[in-house]
Write a protein that binds this ligand. Structure first.
Ligand SMILES: *Cc1c(COP(=O)(O)O)cnc(C)c1O
Length: 411
């Protein structure tokens, strides 16, 4: 039977310091609503929630009325085409979720046991797992401290004869410095697969994420900038790669005859019902991105100057879409630890989430990366968390959240 990887905090030594306390319980509170005539409302501000304000219902109804609810149908094709166009690429391959989008993209590379794929240690576990599913080995690098993206200065030192690909992750909606990364990849003949699960609509030097590497994977999970409930997409300009991905998504049925297979394929299909929601969501992407950027601007000015609170940055060459609005707390300057501040916010009905726990600190990857240290990622994990970030967040909610943070600061 499968046994869980056990890792005690004692075994972690001083790395145990970076592991966050358990999530505090978020209390329902009465929050004053400033609009005239409205009584205070019992409320809780979630860290994120979907915004389903467009044609979602209409398209889902069409899918049902026309009897196309499985994985063929017009919404799949329309969603793929529309999303690919938005990313500025030729091909979009819809699939079941973001994790399998990353697996599908990597599977097209034909990785073998012992091959290595370079990823940032500070990411969501699916990035590392997708490499592991391919039988390859994730190789870690640290982050740069300014924009919290993969530190490209550390990538070259990790390249070996077994390295096959690099997977930059556009963390929290800020793009990685892709020109530098692509130059490095070209020099060493490596493939680049963007993990763009958090970066729908983000731009690098005016070009959209999803079209900056050889292929990319997106997620449409409920908390992502656009959602299909569960869903994902591979995007690429490479026709061969796209055709392989379409084929592998659908059990790798061969074109010559049905039930004739030349690859170990997968069932990673998306349904027409999900794609119906997806098409309606894509139609609203520009509005969602504008809302996310407005949230960030409003938080930035309200949190400005609070000692010990660091707000997220945007590189001059970047359009950050602020999937999550993350801040860092310096305990000495702010007068309270990150975990203590999260408890204060929770008591005020504000849900927050700590930053990712790096891959080298995970029980499941502990043996693999034993002894490796990545101080920037560790610092992010120790001090970072994100505030409510949904596209539907109101100004009044932002004002309230920032007010609680300002008031809790020790003079
Ligand atoms: C959300 C996310 C994924 C996984 O997406 P799912 O749809 O939940 O499978 C992968 N990578 C990153 C960076 C993510 O944030």
């Amino acid at each position: 039977m499968l046994q869980p990887a056990e890792l005690s905090l004692e075994e972690m030594g001083d790395l145990a310091d970076v592991i966050p306390a358990a999530d505090p319980e978020v209390k329902l509170t009465y929050r004053p609503i400033p609009e005239f005539g409205q009584a205070p409302r019992r409320s809780l501000i979630p860290v994120c929630e979907p915004t389903l304000g467009g044609n979602e219902m209409k398209y889902v109804q069409q899918a049902i009325e026309t009897n196309w609810i499985s994985s063929a149908g017009r919404f799949i094709r329309d969603f793929e085409a529309r999303f690919a166009e938005l990313c500025g690429v030729q091909y979009g391959i819809a699939c079941a979720n973001g994790t399998v989008a990353m697996h599908l993209a990597m599977a097209t590379l034909g990785l073998e046991a012992g091959d290595e794929v370079i990823i940032p240690t500070f990411t969501m576990i699916a990035t590392a797992n997708a490499v592991t599913y391919c039988g390859a080995k994730p190789v870690l690098v640290d982050m740069e401290p300014d924009y919290w993206q993969m530190d490209l200065n550390q990538v070259e030192a990790k390249i070996t004869p077994r390295t096959k690909a690099i997977v930059p992750v556009h963390i929290y909606g800020h793009p990685t410095d892709m020109d530098a990364l692509m130059a490095l990849a070209e020099k060493h003949g490596l493939m680049v697969i963007e993990d763009a699960a958090e970066a729908h609509g983000a731009e690098y030097k005016g070009r959209r994420t999803g079209g900056l590497g050889h292929a990319a994977g997106f997620s449409f999970y409920g908390n992502k900038i656009i959602t299909t409930g569960e869903g994902g997409m591979v995007t690429t300009n490479d026709r061969t790669l796209a055709q392989l991905a379409w084929n592998l998504r659908d059990h790798a049925f061969s074109h010559e005859r049905h039930f004739w297979h030349k690859f170990v394929g997968f069932n990673y299909r998306m349904t027409n019902l999900q794609a119906a929601v997806g098409l309606a969501q894509v139609e609203q992407l520009d509005g969602f991105v504008a809302a996310r950027r407005r949230n960030a601007a409003e938080y930035n000015c309200r949190l400005y100057g609070i000692p010990g609170i660091r707000t997220p940055a945007e590189a001059p060459w970047a359009k950050n879409v602020y999937w999550m609005y993350g801040i860092m707390v310096d305990e000495t300057e702010y007068g309270m630890s990150r975990d203590a501040l999260r408890r204060v916010l929770a008591d005020h009905g504000i849900e927050t989430r700590t930053f990712f726990i790096p891959m080298h600190c995970q029980p499941v990857y502990w043996q693999q990366f034993k002894g490796e240290r990545y101080p920037v990622a560790e610092n992010l994990c120790k001090r970072g968390f994100y505030l409510p970030s949904a596209s539907s967040l109101s100004l009044d909610e932002i004002e309230y959240v920032a007010g609680v943070i300002r008031k809790a600061a020790q003079p």
